[in-house]
Design a protein around this ligand. Structure first.
Ligand SMILES: Cc1cc2nc3c(=O)[nH]c(=O)nc-3n(C[C@H](O)[C@H](O)[C@H](O)COP(=O)(O)OP(=O)(O)OC[C@H]3O[C@@H](n4cnc5c(N)ncnc54)[C@H](O)[C@@H]3O)c2cc1C
Length: 342
């Protein structure tokens, strides 16, 4: 069986199928993480716990599964994917938002089934890491986690090899059923094949700051994510650009994002920028992951549309894709299917 694409979706699906005993060849045209998965950010964070729908339920299950998924990858590969369920902080801007946050905390007790909490806490609990909050209150959720994107790819690849899978670079030959996990290139291929646009690339830029807070929760403030990693860095993301001419270069837009991250949190004020990165997110028409059969191409499957949450969705995506390809069991929910984009 062939998996095409060495990004997070291709690697996670190849890993899961190897784990279930399948013989897998992963073909990556360029290098692991050549697409959106080669970035810096790595936030695994939930949507708000209200107005529940199949996409939120799928994401919740994926985030809950992630801890064991990444522990298994680390144990098999001997590599550290940089996973930690370190939680997330969000400022509460006014009294109405405070009331809403408390109501969502109550909703989370049921929707998150006691597996994680969404609570309202005083800012001072988190010292100089607390993002500025006009009310003095923060939302603290314990479902969010972080992952080091490049280390995660390395760990999955080593895990696949340890389980007997083959990883080929360049133009390898397909063997058996083909699963296309080829990011925004795959969306373009599928659109061309079907004669309609099923998705588009959305550019994002991110930055890496030097600051050693490996166990601190990530924060989301002023629409900017700050993600402390295990290696003495904090990733800052991201821009969202529908129009662009240079897909993989950064510009002054990322400087503005870094400024907003610094303004939100005293601890980041003087942390130096040590790297920047840009890439293209694969956004399906539905804005949700896009999974299932490639229409009118028997033996071909699609796993795409990770958009802004591909890392968080990867464990559950790999599970339902393996169920479909190996066992013929279709557990892909409505809203996350290829046909939802046609
Ligand atoms: C700035 C930025 C910040 C982000 N932050 C987060 C975040 O914090 N949390 C999160 O969950 N997500 C985040 N994302 C989104 C996440 O990166 C994507 O959802 C995810 O990486 C998509 O993975 P993929 O495997 O589908 O595609 P890609 O990573 O793009 O991988 C596709 C791979 O397929 C290969 N390929 C293409 N065509 C072929 C072919 N014909 N044969 C073989 N190989 C081929 C490419 O070389 C590439 O390696 C972010 C994205 C960006 C740009």
């Amino acid at each position: 069986m062939t998996v095409r694409g060495g990004g997070i979706f291709g690697l996670a699906c190849a890993w899961e199928m190897c784990r279930r005993g399948a013989k897998i060849r992963l073909i990556e045209r360029e290098k692991l993480g050549a697409g959106a998965s080669g970035g810096l950010v790595g936030a695994l964070a939930p949507h708000v716990p209200e107005l529940w729908n199949p996409k939120k339920a799928f994401q919740f299950e994926s985030l809950v599964m992630a801890e064991k998924f990444w522990a298994d990858v680390a144990a098999t590969s001997g590599e550290d994917p940089g996973y930690l369920r370190s939680g997330r902080l969000q400022p509460i801007l006014d009294d109405a938002a405070l009331e809403r946050a408390r109501a969502r905390g109550t909703e989370a007790e049921t929707l998150w089934q006691g597996k994680a909490r969404w609570s309202v806490v005083r800012s001072e609990t988190f010292g100089d890491w607390a993002p500025h909050s006009p009310t003095g209150w923060l939302i603290h959720d314990t479902l969010s986690a972080r992952l080091h994107p490049r280390n995660a790819a390395k760990a999955l690849a080593a895990g696949i090899s340890a389980l007997g899978g083959e990883i080929v670079f360049g133009d390898g030959d397909d063997e058996g059923a083909v699963r296309w996990a080829t990011g925004h290139w795959g969306l373009a291929d599928l659109s061309a094949d079907l004669g309609k646009t099923v998705g588009v690339p959305i550019k994002g830029q991110a930055a890496l700051l030097q600051l050693d807070r490996p166990h601190a929760p990530q924060y989301l403030a002023d629409s900017v994510h700050a993600i402390p990693h295990m290696d003495g860095t904090v990733a800052i993301g991201s821009t969202t650009e529908r129009e662009f001419t240079e897909p993989d270069t950064t510009d002054s837009q990322i400087d503005a994002v870094v400024e907003r991250a610094r303004a939100a949190c005293p601890a980041l004020a003087t942390a130096p920028v040590i790297g920047t990165w840009a890439g293209l997110r694969p956004r399906a028409r539905s804005r949700a992951p896009m999974l299932g059969y490639w229409p009118k191409r028997p033996g071909h499957f699609v796993a795409n549309g990770g958009f802004k949450i591909g890392f968080g969705m990867a464990p559950k995506v790999s599970q339902v894709v393996a169920d479909l390809i190996l066992d013929g069991r279709d557990a892909i929910p409505h809203g996350l299917r290829v046909e939802d984009n046609l």
